[in-house]
Design a protein around this ligand. Structure first.
Ligand code: ADP
Length: 249
C-alpha cells in the first residue's frame, strides 16, 4: 500500500437490504461533497447490481487500464467513478462466486484515484463476501447506514451495523430515506413507510442521525436519467447537502 493510498479516506455506505436508496444516497452525497470542494470519488461495490453509471450519467464509458490498474471514469458532476457497470455490458447478469467478486472489488478500489481524498463506497446490500472483503482488506474509516423507516429495514440495518462493529469500522451516521411523501396533486404529506424510525434507532444505538430524505418521484427520475437532485437547484438537493455537511469525515 502506498503512502498516497493510506492518506485517502474510504467511507462505506451500507444498508441491511436492497432497494432502500443506498446507491441514490451515495451518488448524491458524493456530488454534494464535490460541490463544496472535496476531492471525492465513488466506488460502486455493488458488484452484482451496479447502478452508479446510470445514476451519474456515464453509462457506456469504459475505464482504461494503465500499468495494470484502472483509471476512474469521469462524470459530469466532478465525481470520478468505477463500477462493474463500466466493465460489463449493461443488463448482463454477473454470476460470480465470492472470491471473483472480491477480486473485482479490489480492482475498483485499488485504482488510479490520484488526488482523490475521499472515496465513497456503495456497498452491496446485506452482509456477504464482498462486504467482508471490503472491510477486512480496505478498512474504511467509517460507514454510513441508510434505511427506510420500516421496521424490517431497520432490523437489517442494525445487523449491517454489527458487521461494521466487528470489523472495527465506526458507523459515522444513519440516514432515513423515503420518509414523507408529498402528493403531487394535493400536496398532502403522508408516510407510506412510517416516519422517524431511523432517528429513534440512531438514538437507541447511540449513533449520529444525519438526516432524512423524502420519498419523491423526482429523486427516482433524477437517478434514472443521470441527473441526481444534489447536482441541481431543486429544493430536493437540500437534504443531501445537509447530510453531507453533517458527515464529519
Ligand atoms: P439500493 O442501492 O438500496 O438498492 P437505490 O438507490 O437503487 O437503492 O434505490 C432503489 C430505487 O428507489 C431506485 O429506483 C431509486 O431511484 C428509488 N429511490 C431511492 N430513494 C428514493 C427517494 N427518496 N424517493 C423516490 N425514489 C427513490
Amino acid at each position: 500500500m502506498t503512502a498516497e493510498r493510506t492518506a485517502r479516506k474510504l467511507i462505506a455506505v451500507g444498508s441491511g437490504k436492497g432497494g432502500v436508496g443506498k446507491s441514490t444516497l451515495t451518488a448524491n452525497l458524493a456530488i454534494a461533497l464535490a460541490r463544496v470542494g472535496r476531492k471525492v470519488g465513488l466506488v460502486d461495490a455493488d458488484i452484482y447490481g451496479p447502478s452508479q453509471p446510470m445514476i451519474l450519467g456515464n453509462q457506456g464509458q469504459k475505464p482504461v487500464a494503465r500499468e495494470e490498474k484502472l483509471e476512474p471514469v469521469p462524470s459530469k458532476y466532478g465525481v470520478p467513478v468505477l463500477s462493474m457497470g463500466h466493465l460489463v455490458e449493461p443488463g448482463r447478469a454477473i454470476a460470480w462466486r465470492g472470491p471473483m467478486a472480491g477480486g473485482a472489488l479490489t480492482q475498483l478500489v485499488d485504482a488510479h484515484w490520484g488526488d482523490t481524498e475521499l472515496l465513497l463506497v456503495d456497498l452491496p446490500p446485506g452482509t456477504g463476501d464482498v462486504q467482508l472483503t471490503m472491510l477486512q482488506k480496505f478498512k474504511p474509516a467509517g460507514a454510513v447506514l441508510v434505511s427506510t423507516p420500516q421496521d424490517l429495514a431497520l432490523i437489517d440495518a442494525a445487523r449491517a451495523g454489527q458487521l461494521f462493529d466487528q470489523a472495527g469500522v465506526p458507523v459515522v451516521g444513519l440516514v432515513e430515506n423515503m420518509a414523507g411523501y408529498a402528493c403531487p396533486h394535493c400536496g398532502e404529506v403522508s408516510d407510506p413507510f412510517g416516519k422517524g424510525g431511523v432517528e429513534e434507532a440512531a438514538g437507541r444505538l447511540e449513533l449520529p442521525f444525519l438526516g432524512r430524505i423524502p420519498l419523491d418521484l423526482a429523486i427516482r427520475e433524477g437517478g434514472d436519467s443521470g441527473t441526481p437532485p444534489a447536482a441541481t437547484d431543486d429544493p430536493l438537493a437540500q437534504p443531501f447537502h445537509d447530510i453531507a455537511a453533517k458527515l464529519d469525515v
